[in-house]
Design a protein around this ligand. Sequence first.
Ligand code: ARG
Length: 459
Amino acid sequence: SSNAMWGGRFAAGPDAIMEAINASIGFDQRLARQDIEGSRAHAAMLAKQGILTDSDVEAIREGLLTVLSEIEDGTFQFSTALEDIHMNVEARLKDLIGEPAGRLHTGRSRNDQVATDFKLWVRDQADAAVEGINALQKALLAQAEAGADWAMPGFTHLQTAQPVTWGHHMLAYVEMLARDASRFADARARMNESPLGAAALAGTSFPIDRDMTADALGFDRPAANSLDAVSDRDFALEFLSSASICAMHLSRLAEELVIWSSAQFRFVTLSDRFSTGSSIMPQKKNPDAAELIRAKIGRIFGANVALMTVMKGLPLTYSKDMQEDKEQTFDAADNLMLALAAMTGMVADMQANRESLEAAAAHGFSTATDLADWLVRTLDMPFRDAHHVTGTLVKKAEDAGCDLADLSLDDMQSVHEDITEDVFAVLGVHNSVASRTSYGGTAPDQVRAQVQRWKGILT
Ligand code: ARG
């Protein structure tokens, strides 16, 4: 049988394979709520403009609510033959209210309809991402506050560099996540123009009011060019690139948790609630959640690359290629939200092991820079000479199998005779971190000030 929507032009229905490749209802049913919201706004506008009668529009708007409740309570019968959510909803509306259903599509096309629905969905996801990020920031902030003055090794190249504070390290992620949240907010602000009323591509001859529908759907204004409005998927791409950067940050934190929870580091203990065991090795407690979060960037950035690639060669305006925008974006959004929630749980539950952190902070010659700075300050040595003297002392300690603080004053003076007992004060990790008082530095006072600042922001 030929299609109910365009049967006039067609003698035969589609091949089964055609239907399989063409249908999007399997996934775009997630847009049901947005589709019905958009249609209700469109119908109300058609009535106000005198394009449809009030009674037709009343029937349409009521009928759409019935369709929505059928979808929400799971009794709606989705049909692949009806291709997508838009035609499924419209066909069911026709069953329910008859002839007026056929008037709903006046002055509209599936091209502006799908762009509107999808934009509304992505806009909600951008808001949800900001919320998810805020929750994770709060969990990190609680960790930062508890350990504002706990020393730990700071790394470059994953080699011990200088002692830092646990609170400082936690706050580094709070900063990254704040940029992520602001990227989602920026994308949201830019995407907030309504495609509805662009119709198929050229606009319409009906006297529609696009400001009215834009307003009803919470858009700032109607998109100003109908060709652009139906062919734009920038909003999804901006969401996906913001999601990719955020997922990359989550992946880096996850990587640190995997390393830190190992027996070799013991910087953190992950809660049982966010760990798994091994079916063979009884001692194991594995950081599976962290590993899966670390992996999520793969599919999220994959979605970004996939949609960018789909869009890159498309002539204006709509092409069916664009139907491939949804599954990737749905999957990326679902997995970003899941990763944010799992990371929030892990960070909230994890226990930082102060003793292990501070013991590690003292190892690996982490205060060598403090020693060099002391030589500069106390003996007025040029920094490059101080670097050389300190390097020699590090070598001496390494040969003796001890840390810098374990060298005797005689050992020190054998390298440079003017070194005095006072030098030992700067070799302690707590002295080291306390001295890094420059703005944004790791000193506990700086960390506490930043914690207070973030507490004011993340209420
Ligand atoms: N299912 C389509 C999509 O997701 C809806 C728009 C169809 N428009 C068209 N001209 N065939 O993109």
